[in-house]
Ligand binder design. Sequence first.
Ligand code: ZN
Ligand code: ZN
Length: 353
Amino acid sequence: MPPNSYPTDTTGVLFEGDTAAATVLKKIPDPNHKLELLWLNITLFTILHVSSLYGVWLLFTAAKWQTVVLFPAALVLTILGISGGAHRLWAHRTFKANTPLRLIFMFLNTLAFQDAVYYWARDHRLHHKYSETDADPYNSQRGWFFAHIGWLCCKKHPDVTIKGRDIDLSDLRNDKLVMFQKKHYLILMPLICFVLPTVVPMYYWGESLICSWSCFTLLRWCASLNIVWLVNSSAHMYGKRPYDKNISPTDEAFLIWFRVGEGYHNYHHVFPWDYKSAELGKYSRDATTYFIDFFARIGWAYDLKSVSTEMLRQRIKRTGDGSHPVWGWGDKDQPQEDIADTTITHRLKVNAS
Ligand SMILES: [Zn+2]
Ligand SMILES: [Zn+2]
């Protein structure tokens, strides 16, 4: 059985050799697990979302034009700190980066405030390795709300802690920048995620404190959180599975432009080492890949890992749900047997003389 591919009606064991996990991991969430709510997080997230709605109101009614124009750019940069930094660079090691680029990603990642890279990558490696089980921190089998934000509003399932101990994090522990951010997170995060985005609009274009705080800080952060969380919730439920129909992640069209390239989740769970997190043909919607490619061109990003066309074709054929798009005759994904079996009539007669 290939990695990341398993029938949905089994116990949920990911690898044939993973017998130890068989007693722990079930695809059906543990019905005896008692939910312990974290009321501080629930209160803070409620305040954040209400304040962000006020930020939307201010963005359309009171903010200066510079705030309105630069808001989408600030939002994209914030998401890049997760998609390009925590996700593709540190959690999956899909490419390598030199020190200046790693500093850029670390800055953007702190701007996104989704906990230190070290913890984000640990949870995300668990999510891939034990996907859809109780050891998956954002297990979508527990429902859309749990996978989206609910997992941050209650105590972890014990399986997350148990299996979390087996996840290899030695590369992150040997990464001085990752460990520096982890050690100083409670100083760096408030400064970069909250103080800086509030002060910059006030200083550079005379924005009011309330608009800077509500739009550039809270709304930017809240929107980036929800966009990233949609990958854990919606992109594990709604959409097509062109690469593997046996797993829940989907290639989901909803809000795909805002995902900064992280919406091709069926592809990503099948090939988590691909720096593009998608096929090249869908490049146009993938800002993260553009970002990495730009830095690869100037030599700051290197060792970019990707999937060969042949490997892709074989996987689509073996486990895809048949929805992989073929735009027409000559599409690179058109199966050879389809080409061989096609009837072509009225062929042009070539004059032999
Ligand atoms: Zn996922
Ligand atoms: Zn991932």
